[in-house]
Design a protein. Structure first.
Length: 145
């Protein structure tokens, strides 16, 4: 779709340029870059609500993927997936740790690891195909990198 877009259209509209940059970062799974684009690029007033909504959606989706891909994860890595400060997370910042524990994750102070809350597989739920596809994509992404 982006290849068929008239070049002059994308060159003249800064919001469209931002969207294309965002699309590329999401496609390439550059998590930190996605949050930087969402938070730092200028967005027009009508798009700001959509951008904020997408950030929330992206965090939720990423949290599910990380929960399915890891049994344990360092706080800095988990924080970077969700657009949080990895340096503060690595120091065990209570506010950041609480963001994960509020979602059912556990914090092991001895090993300094977060343990994601297990997510039921598609077969254990109502057979939701999308949930199963999300898990497969998370595993492919984990092993491909």
């Amino acid at each position: 779709m982006t290849q068929r877009m008239p070049p002059n259209l994308s060159q003249q509209d800064s919001s469209l340029q931002n969207c294309l940059v965002l699309l590329r970062a999401v496609w390439q799974r550059e998590y930190e870059q996605v949050y930087k684009i969402l938070r730092e690029l200028p967005w027009s007033e009508p798009l700001k609500q959509v951008v904020n909504s997408f950030e929330t959606h992206f965090q939720e989706k990423t949290l599910k993927e990380v929960s399915g891909a890891y049994e344990a994860i360092r706080p800095a890595a988990a924080a970077s997936y969700l657009g949080l400060d990895p340096d503060l997370a690595e120091k065990g910042d209570p506010a950041i740790i609480q963001k994960f524990t509020a979602r059912g994750w556990t914090w092991d102070e001895n090993t300094m690891l977060l343990r994601p809350k297990p997510i039921p597989t598609a077969l254990e739920t109502d057979g939701d195909l999308q949930n199963g596809l999300d898990q497969i994509m998370a595993l492919i992404g984990k092993h491909a990198a």
